[in-house]
Design a binder for this molecule. Structure first.
Ligand SMILES: Cc1cc2nc3c(=O)[nH]c(=O)nc-3n(C[C@H](O)[C@H](O)[C@H](O)COP(=O)(O)OP(=O)(O)OC[C@H]3O[C@@H](n4cnc5c(N)ncnc54)[C@H](O)[C@@H]3O)c2cc1C
Length: 385
């Protein structure tokens, strides 16, 4: 099979999400965005459609699909709106996936059915005020005391962490020192409502305004020792694995935004008249749109390739980093060009391209900046760290 061919199941799913995005998300999302409001009803509908359960087995309430299915859904959602898409991406790939991959049977039973149905959201707390790219420099600590972890520290920019349906956050914390003196980092599950765990400031963001992002504060927050996720001391390595996969998902989301820019530009170029012609007749506009399509198309091939390697059990770290790097570039470039095609209207919040422009930048930052992707690619090529 060629890597870029969709199976019937994948294409049916893609088409169902496309219909949902175009008919249910598109008409309402601009209003949520302007009010900085979280779209609970849309999230509930995505839950009913099974989107939060796509890559999980049925025994955990999932749909029995694969990670590529999630990526296709993200692409179709982001063609219309990135806040909704990132809510799904973070809910699945950062919220539920660490528990599915590394959690105990008890943790899976307690949380996965709620997370995979979309009834609840989970969050992933790695970034701190003093370090995101250098995630190994975690300052949050967790010490074992009478069978409980006592957590202290602050996490920054955590997606889905403060909604009314947020059930938990999995955080990285220093739980000791290794023999070589380096910090031992572990992952610990903290349920919402645990005393000592509070949601700090809500940010005023440039984009993703209908998604939920918060600072989290832990002050002598106590959770049972059994809330360790995975092996003690493997928290950092586990999170890196989660981020490798997450990069393919963010690449898919970026391709969706890049394609949405093409969709909107083609439509608007036909409608808009200037100098006695539709602007679609002008080669300068055609070339701009042709380049946009070429970027979206090549970035899509890159994420399809990375996803198919991952599903085949082949190494995919380099391909995931390449896909994220070029897809986020494509999203950024396309949103700038689409806004230009729209002229002054592109600068107005009433038009989707203005939202695309504001939403594109974070794609070059979140889940590893573009510089971090280049570092990963260089290391995979054997260049020194
Ligand atoms: C809306 C939003 C949602 C987010 N959601 C989450 C979430 O759910 N969970 C979570 O844990 N985090 C989340 N993040 C955090 C995000 O992953 C980090 O912002 C990102 O990893 C970058 O970290 P930083 O902001 O600390 O930047 P820094 O690491 O301080 O980087 C600053 C600049 O320096 C560059 N740089 C750093 N080190 C090097 C180097 N060695 N060589 C070259 N350049 C370098 C970076 O590329 C960047 O350009 C979110 C962020 C945002 C804005």
């Amino acid at each position: 099979m060629k890597r870029h061919e969709l199976s019937t199941e994948h294409d049916d799913l893609r088409a169902a999400v496309e219909t949902f995005a175009q008919t249910e998300v598109k008409p309402v999302i601009g209003d949520f965005y302007e009010r900085n409001a979280f779209p609970y009803e849309l999230v509930a509908k995505m839950g009913t459609m099974g989107l939060f359960g796509l890559p999980f087995p049925e025994e955990h309430g999932g749909m029995g699909g694969d990670y590529f299915a999630l990526c296709l859904a993200l692409e179709e959602l982001a063609r219309v709106d990135s806040s909704v898409a990132i809510t799904l991406e973070a809910g699945v790939s950062l919220g539920a996936m660490p528990i599915f991959r590394f959690g105990t049977e008890e943790q899976k039973k307690a949380y996965l059915p709620k997370l995979t149905s979309g009834e609840a959201l989970g969050a992933f707390g790695l970034t701190e005020p003093d370090g995101g790219s250098d995630a190994g420099a975690t300052k949050t600590t967790a010490r074992l005391e009478n069978g409980e972890w006592v957590i202290n520290g602050t996490k920054s920019f955590i997606t889905n962490s403060g909604t009314d349906i947020t059930a938990l956050v999995t955080v990285t914390a220093v739980t000791g020192r290794r023999e070589d003196g380096r910090p031992e980092i572990s992952a610990i599950l903290v349920p919402t409502g645990t005393p000592g765990f509070s949601v700090g400031q809500k940010y005023s963001k440039v984009g993703w305004n209908a998604s939920d992002t918060n600072e989290l504060v832990f002050e002598d927050c106590r959770v049972p020792e059994a809330n360790l996720v995975g092996e003690r001391g493997r928290g950092y390595a586990q999170f890196l694995r989660i981020l490798d996969e997450g990069r393919i998902a963010i690449a898919a989301l970026s391709v969706g935004l890049a394609q949405g820019c093409v969709d909107e530009s083609v439509r608007y170029a036909h409608e808009r008249q200037a100098f006695g012609n539709s602007i679609a007749a002008y080669q300068a506009i055609q070339f701009k749109i042709a380049e946009m399509e070429a970027r979206a198309y090549t970035a899509r091939l890159a994420y399809y390739d990375a996803a198919s390697r991952m599903l085949a059990g082949e190494p995919f770290k380099k391909e995931a980093a390449i896909a994220k790097l070029i897809a986020s570039n494509a999203a950024m470039d396309n949103s700038r060009d689409a806004t230009q095609v729209f002229g002054g209207y592109g600068f107005m919040n009433d038009y989707a391209v203005g939202r695309f422009y504001r939403d594109a930048k974070i794609l070059e930052i979140g889940e590893g900046t573009s510089e971090v992707q280049k570092m990963l690619i260089a290391r995979e090529l054997g260049l020194p760290a």
